[in-house]
Design a protein around this ligand. Structure first.
Ligand SMILES: CC(C)(COP(=O)(O)OP(=O)(O)OC[C@H]1O[C@@H](n2cnc3c(N)ncnc32)[C@H](O)[C@@H]1OP(=O)(O)O)[C@@H](O)C(=O)NCCC(=O)NCCS
Length: 203
């Protein structure tokens, strides 16, 4: 398993949005455990009051896949307005099992969407993951129009197999971390929490 991280406060990153956005600074940092209920409500709201996102978060948090330091929040004007989680998953590679990460879920408060906050948070979170983790890759399923701008690329095109037939091939994407090896191949196996909550695949 990948190494645990130390003091979460070390991951606080202060950045300023581009001039086209609000002049308010956005602070990206690891979520504190006592912020979980607030973050859960934020994600449910972000997905249009979809309670299944909350159920997924509950299941992830109670599982081996949860890495506390890899749940990130974005704050603006001192208020949490967005969240993204990276959790452990397994790549079923030809010679062995490889620890990898999955990005999911990600959400911005409905009234603050499309203001650049999600992009800022994902970019900063990936920078932190890149500099602190030993896994070779982050996988996700989502709209390529959104994620290619962060450096995600179609995973099937470079030898990875999607976890489910309900995951459209273009949606299955990978971000190469510094430990990425060009020979890496295999099938993404989501942690159990995604299966038990029927959260695999886009519908
Ligand atoms: C998706 C989400 C996290 C993006 O955060 P955001 O702060 O709204 O996005 P940004 O303002 O940084 O915009 C990033 C770009 O992605 C686009 N975008 C936003 N939501 C998108 C979506 N669901 N699918 C595709 N593209 C999307 C925006 O139009 C923007 O593109 P542009 O700059 O070319 O106009 C946010 O809109 C959200 O919480 N949506 C509801 C939950 C959700 O769909 N989560 C992702 C599931 S894969």
């Amino acid at each position: 398993m990948a190494g645990r991280l130390g003091n979460t406060s070390a991951f606080a990153v202060l950045i300023r949005q581009t001039p086209s956005m609000s002049e308010s600074a956005v602070n990206v940092r690891s979520m504190r455990d006592d912020e979980f209920e607030l973050v859960r409500a934020l994600e449910v709201a972000a997905f249009g009051d979809d309670e299944s996102i909350g159920v997924l978060l509950d299941a992830l948090r109670a599982s081996w896949a949860w890495v506390p330091e890899l749940s990130f929040v974005a704050e603006r004007d001192g208020e949490i307005c967005a969240h993204v989680s990276f959790t452990r998953a397994i790549l079923d590679a030809p010679e062995r099992l490889v620890d990898v990460l999955v990005l999911s879920p990600v959400g911005v408060l409905p009234e603050l969407q499309h203001q650049g906050i999600g992009s800022t948070m994902i970019t900063q979170a990936l920078t932190i993951v890149e500099s602190t983790r030993t896994e070779p890759a982050v996988f996700l399923e989502g709209n390529p129009l959104l994620y290619t701008r962060f450096g995600f690329e179609p995973a099937c095109a470079i030898g990875f197999r999607r976890p489910s037939l309900r995951t459209p091939e273009p949606a299955f994407q990978v971000f190469r971390l510094s430990a990425f090896d060009e020979s890496l191949r295999g099938t993404l196996v989501y942690p159990d929490a995604f299966w038990r909550t029927d959260s695999v695949g886009l519908r």
